[in-house]
Design a protein around this ligand. Structure first.
Ligand SMILES: [Zn+2]
Length: 317
């Protein structure tokens, strides 16, 4: 059995992982599963949306209808199996469990059962699609840490960060099936998820990279090139030309509602609307609660320059 590569994106939501995953989905041999963690929740009506990126219900999709039965014991209903998986996820691979997974690995029967399931599911996706590299934009660091314990799987970690003020701005309004969140709450999550993601990077420095969303927006083709080299793939498969990419159908489990868009897609330059519309209080909350990571990742809370990125970010605008 040849090893399967999983390109695992970590970080906090609204960091651009869906578009980056869908761009990589166009690379030969790559397959973007979206946020795989939510497959069981969303396919049984417990999640916020039950549609695959291809537009079909997950239970009817040509990929997921074949993958969902994987690991389900004989005589157990899809609903009961999903309930068991969701329960194990909640008790073993949440963000706060990241450090325990890194330190103690498969330390009990429940986490062994979850690891066994995830290994089988990734392999089933690879068999069904012919992919050698699966892109998983779940982002939950507990699940990401578990990947390193799955036999036959080589994880590569992309810790994707985005300015917490832009993230807070993005959470202000609900978007289709995605609910809204306050700036303080979004930034508290931002801090927790990024702290746990950084712990994974420290544990696996040779197979981890830090990527700022702002760098992707500044030079999408260059960043995709770098990501392909990072995980040992041929940059000749880079589907981005300038700022344009032709997106085909995808089979993502949840993610940004823009995931349903296909066809010629332009990756737009930086969206700075938060600078005009995010209130001073929200801006302060997003800045203060994100420290010290805020500064470490090259963001600045300047009164002059209005929080422009540092020159090291590569955004240069
Ligand atoms: Zn599908």
């Amino acid at each position: 059995m040849t090893d399967l590569t999983v390109l695992c994106v970590t970080g906090w939501c609204r960091n651009g992982s869906t578009i980056i995953g869908n761009v990589l989905n166009e690379v030969p041999g790559f397959f973007h599963v979206g946020e795989l963690h939510f497959l069981w929740k969303n396919s049984t009506g417990r999640g916020v949306n039950g549609l695959c990126g291809c537009g079909a219900p997950l239970t009817d999709c040509d990929i997921w209808s074949h993958v969902l039965p994987v690991g389900r014991p004989a005589g157990v209903s899809a609903d009961a199996h999903a309930a068991t998986v969701i329960d194990r996820q909640g008790s073993r691979v949440r963000t706060r469990h990241t450090w325990r997974v890194l330190r103690r690995g498969l330390h009990d029967g429940r986490i062994r059962a979850h690891a066994d399931l995830m290994g089988r599911v990734y392999r089933a996706v690879a068999e069904r699609t012919g992919a050698h590299t699966i892109v998983d934009t779940t982002k939950i660091p507990g699940e990401a840490a578990l990947l390193a314990h799955l036999p036959g799987i080589t994880p590569y970690y992309v810790h994707l960060v985005r300015d917490p003020r832009a993230v807070a701005h993005s959470w202000r309004e609900p978007k289709e099936y995605v609910y809204a969140m306050s700036a303080a709450r979004s930034t508290a999550y931002w801090h927790g998820f990024n702290l746990a993601s950084a712990a994974i990077t420290r544990r696996f420095p040779d197979r981890s990279t830090l990527l700022r969303y702002e760098s992707f927006i500044a030079d999408p083709a260059g960043v995709v090139d770098a990501l392909l080299r990072f995980c040992g793939a041929d940059p000749a498969g880079n589907p981005v030309h300038g700022r344009t990419v032709e997106l085909g159908a995808n089979h993502t489990v949840t993610g940004n509602p823009d995931r349903f868009r296909t066809g010629a897609t332009t990756i737009r330059a930086a969206d700075d609307s938060w600078r005009r519309t995010l209130s001073r209080a929200d801006r302060l909350a997003a800045t203060a609660l994100a420290e010290p990571l805020f500064t470490r990742y090259g963001y600045r809370s300047a009164s002059t320059g209005a929080g422009r990125l540092s020159p090291t970010s590569g955004a240069g605008r």
